[in-house]
Design a protein around this ligand. Structure first.
Ligand code: AHN
Ligand code: ZN
Length: 324
């Protein structure tokens, strides 16, 4: 026998043996599926950064403005290029200030026919006023972190999913009008795009195994505490994401610390649509609002966007998707 053939036979026997021993020893306990080690974890933080910059360059994406309208077209074009299908879902929602607002949720799907699906989401609108800013609380900030960072990471993930096709179906949903809420008003004044989508998903009876929301994922040394609603509604997936981050060496960002409950788009996806969805959101108990000090101030601009943080989040989410 040639050496190559011998090796082939030997490795077949080894495989067969290990398969047998496996089935006898783990009969009652389902072995946890090992992560797909062959997966190269693709994510280019330079590219994600550029997608954040391009959104910011349009100006604050406040619903009703020209910058908002132009960005909607830009985002749909990006998803159309990198996903199998892309479209914009139009709707209207009451704002809580008496008026209605037009909603544009922008949706790209990879492997649209697969029943095994994961939902990846972020909000793309900018808050109409930087109301935490001491000097200028009435005009909007650039929203580099609050909005654009999560969207930039998701566009880069969509780009990489062309190079390495996932087994699962992936839906990237960019929600509009998350940030028009009143902190002293009703919870329903926040997250208007995700409330609309949760009641009226882009496909009737849409389901996914779970969802991941990205919010404020670009600040230097950002820490992501385990958010309370995520733990309540999506605990197994929180564990999956945090363990994946740990395995990739990103435990400095994905800290093992249980934070409080944050009202964000995932709350409505969990409570209205019933898809277990977790929030990767910067939370630092040491800072004033709990979020970074830049939050809802004019310091939320490109100078606060850090490629190491984008990389940690992007690589982690990419690997979770590929492991499905
Ligand atoms: C509240 O402030 C109620 N929730 C935070 C959600 C948010 C605002 N994310 C970004 N901006
Ligand atoms: Zn905000």
């Amino acid at each position: 026998m040639k050496t190559v053939t011998k090796i082939a036979v030997l490795s077949f026997l080894l495989l067969a043996f290990s398969a047998c021993s496996n089935s006898t020893t783990t009969e009652t306990k389902k072995p946890s599926r090992p992560s797909k080690a062959s997966t190269e974890v693709l994510f280019d933080a330079d590219s994600a950064y550029q997608y954040v910059q391009e959104q910011v360059d349009f100006g604050p994406r406040v619903p009703g403005t020209a910058a908002h309208a132009k960005t909607a077209i830009y985002l749909q074009q990006k998803l159309a290029r990198f996903c199998d299908t892309a479209f914009t879902q139009y709707g209207t929602m009451p704002t809580g200030r008496g008026a209605n607002v037009a909603i544009k949720n922008i949706i790209g799907s990879v492997n649209p026919q697969k029943t095994k699906r994961v939902l990846l989401c972020a909000h793309w609108d900018t808050r109409p006023m930087a109301d935490q800013d001491k000097e200028d609380p009435t005009t909007p900030a650039d929203g580099a972190n609050d909005g654009a960072s999560g969207v930039g990471v998701l566009i880069e993930i969509a780009r990489q999913l062309q190079a390495q096709r996932p087994d699962a179906g992936v839906d990237i949903v960019l929600f509009d009008a998350e940030d028009m809420g009143d902190s002293r008003g009703a919870p329903s004044t926040w997250c208007l795009g995700s409330q609309y989508w949760s009641k009226t998903p882009h496909r009737p009876n849409y389901v996914a195994r779970f969802g991941i929301l990205l919010d404020m994922v670009g600040a230097e040394n950002a820490t992501f505490a385990i958010e309370g609603n995520s733990w309540q509604y999506a605990q197994p997936y929180v564990k999956k994401v945090w363990n994946t981050a740990l395995s990739l060496g990103h435990a400095n960002h994905f800290v093992n610390y249980k934070g409080g409950e944050i009202l964000d788009d995932h709350f409505f996806i969990n409570t209205i649509r019933g898809i277990p969805t977790l929030d990767i959101i910067q939370y630092d108990a040491a800072s004033g609002a709990g979020f970074g000090d830049y939050w809802h101030t004019h310091d939320d601009n490109m100078s606060g966007i850090n490629k190491n943080t984008l990389n940690a989040v992007g690589k982690t989410v990419f690997k979770v998707v590929m492991d499905l």
